[in-house]
Every structure is written in C-alpha cells, then in structure tokens.
Design a protein around this ligand. Structure first.
Ligand code: KIV
Length: 307
C-alpha cells in the first residue's frame, strides 16, 4: 500500500482522490503542493510523496522533448502523457495544460479541446494561460462541467511577445494587468489560478483579494500553494535555472554517478554478478535421434497425428 494516508496501518486503506472542491476549500488554509509530472513512474513517486496536484504542463515541450519553448506541444501529446500520469496518481488531482493554439481561437475551440483532454487524457481539470482575453473561453469550459485552473503573470506561451521568460507585473500598470487578469479568471469560474514570476507583493494582493486559491511559481510565499517543475525540483534539468526553482535534491548528479558506476562494472565484467544471472543449463547433452521420439509412432493416438 502506498500513499500518505495509507502508511503505518495494518489493513490497507483505500486512497481517496483530492477533489476540486477540496482544493478550492484550502483557500487561506493548508498550502497546496502542485508538481509537474509527465510519466507513470514519476507520477507514482510524487503521488506517494504526498503531492496534492500533478500538472502535466506543456513545459514537457522543454524538459521532455528538448525544445526551446513550450509552443510546439500538441493536444495529443498532452493527452498521451496525461494517461500515463493518471495511472500513477492514486491520490493527487491531475490537471492538464491546454497547449498553445488549442484554446485561443474561440470559446468553442477551447471547449472542444478541453473535452479532448478530459476524455483522451484522463485529466480531472485543465489549465489555460491568460487573463481577461480568455475569460470567455474559461467560462464556456466551466459551463460544460470541466474544472479550470487559470495562469497569469509569466505565461510561457507568450514568450515571443514578452521578449523572453521574464518577470511580469513590474510597475503599477503591469501589476494591475496581472491583478485584473486573475480577477477575470475567478469571475469566469476558474477554481484556482497559477501566478508565475511576478513580484511577491502583487501575488500577495491577488491572494488577499480573490476567493480562489493562488498557486505560485516565482511569486513569493503568500500564495495559497506552490508549483514547481519536477525536474527543476529534483535537480535534473540544468539548461535553465530560474531563481525560484529551488532544487530539493540533486538527482541529476546521482543519475550521472550511477551511470559511471554501471559503465565501470560493465568494463570490468563485475556486472552481472551471480545474483543477477539465471541458473545455468549445465553441460550440453547432444540428443540422439532415438531420444527425440518419446512415444513410438505406433502408440500415438490418431487424433494427435497431424501428418
Ligand atoms: O507548463 C508548466 O509546467 C506550467 C507550470 C510551470 C505552472 O505551466
């Protein structure tokens, strides 16, 4: 039995899923922990570690596929990873990112693709980037019974418009735009909103003035929850080191050390050792032609004879 609620007891207790109303009810309460995940094995570990929410972020375009931005990711790819993550998430709520150009065109397009994420990707909610300009799209999705997480501040799908991955909401006008964006998402029915790379006082004001939980990434400590990309959190993605991406482990170092140790043992022929090797067959016995006929032809029942 695994799962934070299941350890310690003798009889395994079923693990209950974290629900949208529960996440919403944590506004101002116990902070929500969200982590990205892209595959079954990682999802299972993060779930067992106690993460409340797993996000199949379109960051997979960068950390899994090796692109420079999140822009090439498709709905089908998000769904593929969603199905894998879903199998590993017994307790955590699983949210899927709507990729670039899968929701911007119209509220109807947004609804259709949100529906695909729920049906084909096994997601329990979807996340969209943007503020007032996508509020109508969020409303349409929520009206169909699909829970939505908003995302304002640094919205990576607008990387070219922003001139790079840069802190947003600096200065009064920019701060106001982020604040109004978060309010528009709340008004449209989002049940939580991610605040990415904004000054902590702007995040604090949003968190204080909206009724849905804020989940920060580079938005300071006053948010109702935090989110990190799993490979950043684990020290496995050296390409980009944002200030906010605290490494809680150096798994990348461990993987490289393990790889070096493996290669060394392969070279020295100390791996595989006897405990990694199957039982030997023993000295080979050359079969004599008469040995091959275990039953003389005359004794073979007619219905066994195929020729
Ligand atoms: O794509 C992603 O991983 C995200 C998180 C960083 C919030 O949007």
């Amino acid at each position: 039995m695994y799962g934070p609620q299941g350890s310690g007891g003798s009889a395994p207790r079923p693990v209950r899923k974290v629900t949208v109303p529960e996440i919403r009810a944590r506004k101002g309460g116990s902070p929500i922990s969200m982590i990205t995940a892209y595959d079954y094995t990682m999802a299972r570990l993060l779930d067992e570690g106690g993460a409340d929410m797993l996000l199949v972020g379109d960051s997979l375009g960068m950390v899994v596929q090796g692109h420079q931005t999140t822009l090439p990711v498709t709905v089908e790819e998000i769904c593929y990873h969603g199905r894998a993550v879903n199998r590993g998430a017994r307790r955590a709520h699983v949210c899927g990112d709507m990729p670039f150009m899968s929701y911007q065109v119209s509220p109807l397009q947004a609804l259709e693709n949100a529906g695909k994420l729920i049906k084909d990707g096994c997601f329990e909610s979807v996340k969209l980037e943007g503020g007032e300009e996508i509020a109508e799209h969020v409303r349409r999705i929520v009206t169909a019974g699909i829970p939505v997480v908003g995302h304002v501040g640094l919205t990576p799908q607008s990387v070219h418009a922003m001139g790079g991955f840069k802190v947003q909401g600096k200065g009064d006008d920019a701060a106001l735009r982020v604040i109004e964006g978060a309010r528009a998402l709340e008004e449209a029915g989002a049940f939580a909103v991610v605040l990415e790379a904004i000054p902590p006082d702007v995040a604090e004001e949003i968190t204080r003035t909206i009724a849905i939980p804020t989940i920060g990434i580079g938005a300071g400590p006053s948010c109702d929850g935090q989110v990190l990309v799993c490979y950043d959190m684990l020290g496995m993605y050296p390409e980009m080191k944002p200030k906010f991406a605290k490494r809680f482990a150096e798994v990348g170092e461990q993987i490289m050390a393990a790889t070096r140790a493996y290669i060394e043992e392969v070279q020295q022929r100390t791996f595989p050792a006897p405990e990694h090797t199957f039982k030997a067959n023993g000295p080979r016995r050359i079969a004599k032609p008469e040995d091959e006929k275990l039953i003389p032809d005359a004794e073979i029942p007619p219905h066994w004879q195929t020729h």
